[in-house]
Ligand binder design. Sequence first.
Ligand code: MN
Length: 262
Amino acid sequence: AIQHLAAPDHWRSIELISDLHLQPELPHTVASWQRYLQASTADAIFMLGDLFEAWVGDDALNEPGSFEAECAQTLRQARAKRSLFFMHGNRDFLIGAQFAQRSGMQLLSDPTCLEFTGQRWLLSHGDALCVDDTDYQRFRAVARSPAWQQQILAQPLAQRRQLAGSIRNESEARKMREVITADVDSAATLEWLQRANAPTLIHGHTHRPATHALDATHQRVVLTDWDTDLPTPRAEVLRIDAQGMQRIALDAYLAQPPAPRG
Ligand code: MN
């Protein structure tokens, strides 16, 4: 089933980002995200998964001063000026209704078909389309099941933090992030696009930003991941308005936020 979302008539521009892998260990990336949310001139921001490196459960919000509570606050401030949408990735799939409500984000199913500028845009994290990685698809089916999630969330928060922490020190995290070797399957993508009657799929997950023509009328647009803690920082915003689609480097964006057009 494909969720449909019709953009309100007053929207002039939207922006899409994904795979920020936010974590306390990468403070520059967190700061970049905060600056971007404050500077954005879009009517809506779509965060297409792996916003967080790990999510241990919405009850982390109840810990005063926690990283999760701080991020909810950042989102809440941004929400005062524009709509925020979030789709789960393979890292933050435990984000639930409580966090969404606290931060003012609207949760989207994967995939979601957005109608905006008289066009249909199919949005996904992208991991479900990496069909060749059968081990991962097996894990994904389990990890997305309510029974498994309830079992995890029934563990004490401290224990869940410990588990997440054990894979979250910086070098480990970087290693984990390079592991995605499977790529999005073209045939599966075309099938989704035809079902949604949409010309364009926008997704993240693979950390391999590119625009791939699938045939004469269908394309796949891949978002970049963010890491501004690296010596060569990486961060980009995909902006869509009536004139089309444009990738904007975060530095350029912050230096001169684009004026609403159309
Ligand atoms: Mn991912």
